[in-house]
Ligand binder design. Structure first.
Ligand code: FMN
Length: 482
């Protein structure tokens, strides 16, 4: 049975030792983020867990959970209900994409337990943390935003940062103009109207996992396909949009199209604080929530984080599916979005190169799918290079590339505004332009033999290692290339 709500999922995490509730009083603006960050900085991935806070200074009865969606591959697999191995995660996602189940409407749901109209809306009443204390502009949510294309009525769900600016006002960041949410906003602006929008937090965990990817179909239908059951939606009270019935908190309103306001700074997935800028304004008209709602915050900021973990596991799988199935590009062995780049700036692909133009076809397939603001560096190498091993990546880059011939640039194209190298701090974001670097790190001709003994020689001595009177070797990983 799929999880029907965040609460059902949290129970399972707790049973499996993947969620710890903290009963000691914490300050939401100085401690919650620091505890989550130490979990990522100090623990290897296999030991990470989610955090629950239920004694928050100044918010009696309030609860915050963070690191509960994607602290580790094991947690992601728990959310997807599969084994924690990349092939299983890939299969689960593939199943959802290939067998989508459209979301269904229901009359009501737990998210309507409390309904607050314009006069009662007070976002400041929720314990919303500060994620990079002393550096962020204030408390932020990382909710899922729902908008619709005014021309087609097609819905988009995207995770976007949300600065709490007051009782009924927030900021929102469209990281690049090629995001669907940004395109919707531009279309509403052309019509001279504000964009109806709703944000929700804390529904089924699968929704958080699929929202940051692009599938060419409704993310909620993919979520339904993964869960094996349709996501249940309820109508919003004041806007023509639908939200998951079991969400913890829903905020309805509109994003203005005739005004920009200062937004940020905010500690970003790049590992740097993205400075204050002019951004769109969301005016909240209605809040609906469960009784005793739980605030869910995704840990983003310096990688590794939940942001990079979601992208590493889900974005890689959705790109691989697009390239292999939709574009039928042969020979793709592996694809790896580099976590230190927030899984957004650098991509490596290993390919069994078969024909002239094969590398270009692959690269343009990636950019066409993700939009030109993604991936500043795309490196394609041979099928026998383990692109998940940083040492082997450096080796391939060192000896498979003649820089003047094998590095190509697509200049003067889109970039992400959050990249601190894109623009000096005082420049106008409207001028944002960037460059793609495509590195063909495949061998261009037959290479000499690798200067290692044959694999069987190495394996033979490994088998006899202690017979030589030597201390044990530990785990041996021979390069794929030999
Ligand atoms: C934790 C987290 C935070 C994110 N924050 C933002 C954001 O503030 N702005 C943004 O444009 N994308 C953000 N993203 C990425 C979007 O969710 C992703 O690009 C998604 O595809 C939205 O694009 P769409 O509008 O094309 O659907 C975030 C992703 C994650 C995992």
């Amino acid at each position: 049975m799929p999880y029907e709500s965040l609460r059902a999922y949290l129970e399972v995490l707790e049973q499996r030792g993947l969620l710890h509730w903290i009963d000691k009083e914490v300050d939401k603006d100085s401690e919650i983020a620091a505890i989550g960050r130490m979990m990522f900085l100090a623990l290897p991935e296999e030991q990470r867990f989610g955090l629950g806070f239920r004694n928050i200074k100044g918010y009696p009865g309030g609860r915050v959970v963070s690191g509960v969606i994607a602290a580790s591959t094991q947690m992601i697999a728990t959310a997807l209900k599969c084994d924690p191995v990349p092939t299983e995660i890939y299969e689960r996602l593939m199943h959802g994409i290939n067998h989508p189940i459209e979301a269904v409407m229901v009359d009501s749901g737990p998210c309507k337990e409390v309904i607050l109209g314009p006069k009662e809306v007070n976002l400041l009443s929720f314990p919303i943390p500060v994620w990079t204390p002393t550096k962020d502009a204030g408390p932020y949510l990382t909710p899922m935003w729902v908008t619709k294309d005014p021309d087609t009525g097609v819905r988009d769900i995207g995770i976007r940062r949300c600065q709490i600016k007051g009782r009924n006002k927030t900021g929102v960041l469209f990281g690049a103009p090629d995001r669907y949410g940004a395109i919707h906003h531009a279309k509403w602006k052309l019509r001279g109207k504000a964009m109806p929008a709703a944000l929700f937090i804390g529904a089924d965990p699968v929704q958080y996992l699929v929202a940051p990817s692009r599938f060419g179909i409704d993310e909620l239908a993919v979520a339904g396909g993964i869960r094996g059951k349709a996501v249940e939606l309820v109508k919003c009270e004041t806007v023509d949009l639908e939200v998951p019935a079991t969400a913890e908190i829903v905020v309805e309103g509109e994003i203005l199209t005739d005004a920009l306001e200062s937004e940020g700074p905010f500690g970003e997935f790049t590992g740097y604080v993205a400075g204050e800028r002019l951004g769109p304004v969301f005016c909240a008209k209605c809040v609906t929530h469960r009784k005793d709602p739980i605030v869910l915050g995704l840990i983003s900021q310096f990688p590794p984080s939940e942001s990079s973990m979601i992208k590493r596991n889900l974005l890689e799988a959705s790109m691989l599916k697009h390239l292999r199935q939709n574009l039928s590009i042969p020979g793709i062995v592996d694809l790896h979005a580099i976590e230190a780049s927030g899984c957004t700036a650098m991509l490596w692909v290993s390919l069994k190169k078969m024909y002239t133009g094969h590398v270009d076809q692959l690269v343009f397939g990636v950019l066409g799918y993700m939009g030109m603001s993604y991936f500043k560096w795309i490196v394609v190498t041979d099928e026998n290079v383990d692109i998940r091993d940083p040492f082997m990546r450096d080796w391939a880059l060192s000896w498979h590339v003649r820089p003047d011939k094998d590095m190509r640039f697509i200049s003067d194209t889109a970039a992400t505004e959050l990249d601190p190298s894109s623009l000096p701090p005082d420049a106008v974001p409207g001028d944002l332009r960037g460059t793609k670097v495509i590195i063909d790190a495949t061998k261009k001709w037959k290479y000499p033999d690798i200067s290692l003994p044959p694999r069987e020689y190495l394996e033979r001595v490994v088998a006899k290692w202690t017979d030589y009177g030597l201390p044990p070797l530990g785990k041996v990983k021979l390069p794929k290339a030999i």
